[in-house]
Design a binder for this molecule. Sequence first.
Ligand SMILES: Cc1cc2nc3c(=O)[nH]c(=O)nc-3n(C[C@H](O)[C@H](O)[C@H](O)COP(=O)(O)O)c2cc1C
Length: 367
Amino acid sequence: MTEPLPPSRLPAGHVAGQPLTALAPMQDVTDLAFMRVVAHYGAPDYFFTEFLRVHAQSRPEKHILRSIDENTTGRPIFAQLIGEDLGHLARTAAELLKHPIAGIDLNLGCPAPKVYKKNVGGGLLRDPGKVAEILATLRAAVPGLFTVKMRIGFDDTARFAELLALINEHRVDLLSVHGRTVKEMYRSDVHYDFIAHAVARVRCPVLANGNVTSAARAAAIVGETRAAGVMIGRHAIRNPWIFRQCREQFAGAPPLRLTLADVRDYIARLYQATANVDFPERAHVNKMKKYLNFVGQSVDPTGAFLHDMRRTETEAELFAVCDRHLLADGADACEFSPEPYPGVIARPNCETPGAVADGCSLETITA
Ligand SMILES: Cc1cc2nc3c(=O)[nH]c(=O)nc-3n(C[C@H](O)[C@H](O)[C@H](O)COP(=O)(O)O)c2cc1C
């Protein structure tokens, strides 16, 4: 593979002058298939890979490399690392620089106890000294763009200002801020005032992350925080048109309205994209249910689609439920709600006892 030239400035967004949009990194979600499906409905300005684990024995995971090497979305992709060993972080960054990435991103936010107990991801926010060493190492190892995704603290926000000073000191090129502490997991309100504080303090552009549920909310959050753009995770699983709708909203045009029939098309495309010869039908259907947990939050206010969808075991049963709820008489005129319906909660979710144990996985984070 020929070595791409590392870029030294952020790639331009789709539309000059508009706030940026990014698909948030999501383990077991933002793989090649999902990114291609999202791109079909309107790509964000930037993609981020799932995190690549870095330790003494690690080698970049093949399926994540594939999402970089075979990226046909037309948009740049940043490779995210999670780890704390300085030498192996530098080694992994050097390996990744041989692939067509836009830059290297460092995970300072994963709230899964089994992750933070190893002092990686969100666990590092307890130790600004170690964060400083990692930032210095990666800044020296990455000649192009070096970006960070962080939460606003571990137990509390007492060290946020100190952490932001390190972002400046080590010349980070882009900072994504999920406006919750590690201990707040996915539960609390998002503290957009802390994102606004980061925007005011750091020299690099900031992406606001956390509960950006719709194009209208994206515009409001950019207005409130003055962030350079938004990073969207779970609500892009629910609504992959959201990046296109953001561009429309930012341009002052009405965002595309979606019908339940459009959503039937999305589900079929996702099923096809995630098919794999080694994947038995039952496992494939189960994987689909994890995406559909989010989709169902905008299908009907009673949660009837979610109820029926969860009971399917075969492709035929799954699509029969989709047809019944999404293609019934008049469904092509029925709106797919731009916001999740209040009270329609995907299960299991991070409020379910025991579910927090695993943190970053579709099994547990579906609220
Ligand atoms: C299933 C899942 C997997 C995630 N995996 C990662 C990850 O690999 N790296 C990361 O920085 N954040 C990860 N996150 C956190 C998201 O990037 C994002 O910060 C969080 O979901 C809040 O944004 P949202 O409200 O738009 O979903 C994950 C979140 C979910 C739901």
